[in-house]
Design a protein around this ligand. Sequence first.
Ligand SMILES: [Zn+2]
Length: 128
Amino acid sequence: MKDRYLCPNCKKIINIDEDIILTGKNNKGEKGLILLHTELGNYSSKISDDCFCKEGEMIELFCPLCTESLNYEFKISYANLIKVEAGKQKNIIFSRKYGEKRTFKVEGKKITTYGEHALKYTDPEWFL
Ligand SMILES: [Zn+2]
């Protein structure tokens, strides 16, 4: 079954096959398209313009359909999306810093971490 990712705001599907389609804005206000892989822990992203995202830069991400910011409300340096797995909605929280491999899947009180930079934060209190 195909993965489905939803915008937390408009709840519309924002992936096509294995690409999650987002718009991004760097700290100079330049915009571009960003494709993230649907597989958690796979950080092979694609960007529309190489100059737009630099390693370590904070990128603000937006839904391509409703244009709302995807910033995670409790932790501003993260973005969040909804993943539908077996009919259940799970919160996917990931770092907005370009190149940082840090992703969390939150399902009630159960947290699964992905990415080599995520190991530092295994304390569930961090999300509450
Ligand atoms: Zn949206």
